[in-house]
Design a protein around this ligand. Structure first.
Ligand SMILES: Nc1ncnc2c1ncn2[C@@H]1O[C@H](COP(=O)(O)OP(=O)(O)OP(=O)(O)O)[C@@H](O)[C@H]1O
Ligand SMILES: [Mg+2]
Length: 497
């Protein structure tokens, strides 16, 4: 199938100022596909697109086009064109001249003489009119671009990109500046243009609905890394982790335990499931889509609880159902009274089980400073260093004394520090905690939130909390001395004095 691959990114990394904007990106795109990069702001979508276009060089890794390495080839030598979010049209030119601009500079090989020559005005005319036809702007060639609507201007920008007959069209949030209605119309039109042109589209968006409706393949990204590659149905029905599930549509996500024998426990109930690739008693994440929960009369289903809210959404009702302190969001076309006891059932194949991403915060690059504190995210935290050696204690000078009286100087000792997700405390005021940071993700897990706080030097603290926070909130974090677990890296004997 290799023949069908148009572009391949292999182990592509891009670092800016020592932090990765894109990390170990591996992807191949087949000819004629509509591929979408989807992910939150700052996850590296534009950077990846710019590397494909040649505006940015990878720090490492390679990019091949039709089997040829183009990693270092300059942008204008690549059969690739880009449409940007802010369509940079020439305001002093009319529609025709905007589209013809690039063609007038271009040189082609004359078929008869074999020499390079400019395009004739007849050739340019044909190409421009054809491009206008594809973007549905026939008869607009004499219009001043300033008199066009946003959607029409964006179409001119697309015409300008496709008039060069690229093999790949890159589109970076091309509909971002349009209002919702126009956006929806243009989504359908872009899809039709893709069909008509038959070329490969690589599209960037942070809008999951847009990605689901338009793409053949979606690449979900987070923090410069690919989380999942798949068709819209794959990604929706079989999200690989809690991030993807949460990002793609509404879901119920729970902490659960795999009990073995195709049984998983959450909502205080043992549910039959179809997955069996987990260890007995392994902690897992479970995802259930709201439309896959079946409401029923109390006592007749698998788990009883209470309907606490109900909203009519046009085709279905959306209910919030409480099982103890756990919330279950349900979509059902049938009408049940609010504030009533009811039951829910979930079919085995509607329970999606995922490997747990994280059980604790683990810092591999921590070290001990000269005051026996552990340094994580450039911040010294009070800790109990005696845990690195059983039955040890500190002497008056701060040296560690082993059980047999050996003396160790732990200053600069490399350690692995770990802190449970429930043991990190978030302070609402930046000044109150040890390290300031920004909330970069909030995932609801039925009865609590999993919140990620990122510090200035890109260290993450993941916190499980019952309180809710907003993404982009500035907060700070604290960790109690006794909550930090330490283990020494390598052998402790190298710190003996
Ligand atoms: N030229 C640059 N110099 C330094 N850092 C950069 C540069 N370009 C991008 N970055 C950083 O790389 C990361 C990824 O940025 P990128 O623009 O690719 O994200 P994005 O997914 O396109 O986000 P958005 O949805 O907001 O457009 C960000 O942290 C960004 O600040
Ligand atoms: Mg971007």
């Amino acid at each position: 199938m290799e023949d069908n691959v148009i572009i391949r990114l292999k182990d592509v990394c891009k670092k800016f100022n020592n932090t990765y904007a894109v990390e170990n990106f591996n992807l191949y795109v087949n000819k004629g596909e509509f591929v979408t990069f989807l992910g939150p702001s700052g996850c590296g979508k534009t950077t990846t697109l710019r590397m494909i276009a040649g505006f940015e060089l990878p720090t490492s890794g390679s990019i091949t086009l039709n089997g040829q390495d183009i990693t270092l080839i300059s942008p204008h030598m690549r059969p690739v064109n880009t449409v940007f979010q802010r369509y940079a049209l020439f305001q002093h030119l009319d529609v025709y001249d905007n589209i013809a601009f690039g063609l007038r500079l271009k040189k082609i090989k004359d078929e008869k003489t074999g020499k390079m020559r400019k395009l004739t005005s007849k050739e340019i005319d044909e190409k421009v009119l054809n491009a206008l036809k594809i973007v549905d702007l026939e008869e607009y060639e004499d219009r001043d671009v300033t008199t066009l609507s946003g959607g029409q201007q964006q179409r001119v920008a697309i015409a300008r990109a496709i008039v060069n007959e690229p093999e790949i069209l890159l589109l970076d949030e091309p509909l971002g500046a349009l209002d919702l209605k126009m956006r929806k119309d243009m989504q359908l039109e872009l899809k039709q243009m893709h069909k008509k042109l038959g070329i490969t589209f690589i599209y960037v968006t942070h809008d999951q609905e847009e990605a689901l409706t338009m793409s053949d393949i979606i690449v979900v990204m987070k923090d410069g890394q690919i989380q999942q590659i798949g068709t819209p149905t794959d990604i929706y029905n079989e999200p690989k982790n809690a991030f993807v599930a949460d990002f793609i549509g509404e879901s119920n996500i729970y902490n659960a335990t795999y009990r073995g024998d195709k049984t998983v426990r959450f909502l205080n109930h043992n549910f039959a499931c179809v997955d069996d690739q987990f260890a007995v008693n392994e902690k897992v994440d479970v995802v259930v889509r709201p439309e896959d929960v079946i409401l029923g009369e109390v006592g007749k289903g698998m788990v009883d609880g209470k309907i606490v809210t109900k909203v009519f959404k046009g085709i279905h009702y959306q209910y919030v159902f409480m099982v103890g302190k756990n919330e279950v969001v349900i979509q059902d076309t049938r009408d049940f009274p609010v504030d009533s006891n009811a039951s829910i059932s979930i079919e085995p194949d509607m329970i999606h089980i995922m490997k747990k991403e994280l059980n604790a915060n683990v810092y591999q690059d921590a070290y001990i400073d000269n005051k026996n504190r552990v340094v994580i995210a450039n911040t010294p935290f009070e800790c109990d260093v005696t845990q690195v050696l059983p039955n040890s204690h500190l002497d008056d000078d701060g040296y560690l004394i082993g059980p047999k009286g050996k003396k160790y100087d732990l200053n600069d000792a490399d350690v692995v520090a770990s802190i449970n997700l429930t043991d990190v405390e978030i302070c609402e005021n930046e000044e109150d905690g040890m390290v300031p940071g920004v909330i970069v993700s909030v995932i609801y897990k039925g009865d609590h939130y999993q919140v990620t706080v990122r510090t200035e030097d890109e260290e993450d603290f993941v916190v499980e909390t019952e309180y809710t926070y907003n993404e982009t909130d500035r907060v700070s974090i604290n960790i109690a001395k006794e909550k930090i677990s330490l283990s020494i890296k390598g052998d402790i004997s190298k710190y003996e004095i």
